[in-house]
Design a protein around this ligand. Structure first.
Ligand code: SAH
Length: 371
């Protein structure tokens, strides 16, 4: 009887199942030879996964049919179970919601443009940074994603993009759920894999990878030491500490001046232009004087501003700035010598736009549970 009881209990894991994206080539070779497989299969499997975006061993037709199950179990367990895949913008924006081994949920968004395909990737389930205008921030942090859970989102994005005829994945932005620099050790490994040439990695150019952060200064400095010229995006949202303390609460720890200093050091080290993210929130941070102050802080620096019209989140008291206010803000930044672009608002209909990720899926889940 006790056996039956034990079997009926769900198996508790403390970590996601072992996956090749968490392992070195040598580790994979060792695991395969321990299973009685030739070591060369490690490269074969890694090439299929990283370069051809085959995510399960069953579909790897160059593996012997009778070995695919056991190899899959050992090195390619399913890390991301699709909950929902939605598209909008004529199929050019796709949002995928994934359930992880422990039922945590994360989302990725794929956006196809004439000259590029960009995937917006999550680095954590939830987020601990508590920015009051962001849906993910409201729910708090569930946990860090593993390196393989991050990498697997990228591989799936590449696969979905190819299957849907959207083109080859070319760009990655860590602007999904979570604060990437709060998951530094795992993010670092994921960045290495994303930018390593095939077949050891996914083979994207580091210049096409953007890490967006609230401004965790010590981690920005660590990123600079990595010699990986990824683009750094700083979620500034206010040029003054008084307002930024409220909009981006980590500002109570690292002030605007410290964050910008770390950003300029990053730019000097990598020669990469830093992107300053600024969500335009009506009557909060959109005053002309704040545009002028921001321009003064950024003029002459290797930086450009990316304005994001606020996507109001459910229950939020805040709204996007009216178009004339936004236009005035842009004009003042440009007049102050700061290159400025306005972010398109892809994916709104499918809750796939900035700051919307997660809330809708959680809500659906609660409804499912109630039914
Ligand atoms: N934690 C990282 C990545 C988060 S999301 C960071 O903060 O940078 C990427 C961007 O979307 C950030 O600039 C974030 O502030 C912004 N964002 C969050 N909620 C938003 C909303 N409701 N409308 C517009 N932008 C939002």
């Amino acid at each position: 009887m006790s056996v039956a009881l034990t079997l009926s209990e769900p198996r508790q894991r403390t970590k996601p199942p072992r996956h090749l994206a968490d392992l070195s080539l040598t580790d994979c070779q060792q695991i395969l030879t321990d299973m009685g497989q030739p070591a060369f299969r490690a490269k074969q499997i890694r090439r299929q996964y990283y370069a051809r975006h085959v995510t399960d061993a069953i579909s790897m037709t160059d593996l012997p049919a009778d070995a695919r199950d056991s190899i899959g179990e050992a090195l390619l367990p399913q890390l991301l179970a699709p909950v929902k895949v939605d598209s909008c913008d004529n199929g050019e924006t796709v949002k995928a919601a994934w359930r992880l081994y422990d039922n945590a949920l994360v989302e990725s968004v794929i956006m196809s443009y004439p000259d590029r395909v960009t995937a917006c990737i999550s680095s954590q389930a939830g987020c601990g940074m508590a920015c009051p205008f962001c849906a993910t921030g409201q729910a708090g942090l569930t946990r860090n994603l593993s390196t393989a859970e991050i990498v697997d989102q990228v591989v799936h994005a590449a696969k979905i993009s190819e299957e849907r005829g959207l083109g080859r994945l070319s760009h990655i932005v860590f602007m999904g759920m979570g604060e990437p620099l709060a998951n530094w050790a795992r993010l670092k490994k994921a960045l290495r894999i994303i930018t390593a040439p095939n077949p050891e990695g996914i083979g994207l150019s580091a210049r096409h990878v953007t890490v967006s952060t609230v401004g965790l200064v010590p981690a920005i400095r660590k990123l600079a030491e990595e010699d990986l010229p990824v683009t750094l995006a700083i979620s500034l949202h206010a040029p003054d500490d008084e307002l930024r303390d409220e909009l981006v609460p980590i500002n109570n720890r690292w002030k605007v001046s410290e964050v910008l200093e770390a950003a300029w050091d990053y730019a000097a080290k990598t020669k990469r232009r830093v992107s300053i993210e600024y969500a335009m929130i009506r009557d909060m941070n959109d005053q002309p004087w704040r545009a002028d102050l921001l321009a003064r802080k950024l003029a002459g620096k290797l930086a450009h501003v990316n304005l994001i019209p606020l996507n109001p989140t459910p229950g939020s008291k805040w709204d996007a700035s009216p178009a004339p206010v936004q236009d005035e803000f842009v004009a003042r930044l440009r007049a102050g010598g700061v290159p400025t672009t306005v972010r398109d608002t892809r994916g709104q209909e499918i809750d796939g736009a900035c700051g919307q990720l997660a809330a809708a899926v959680e809500q659906d889940q609660r409804q499912d549970a109630a039914n």
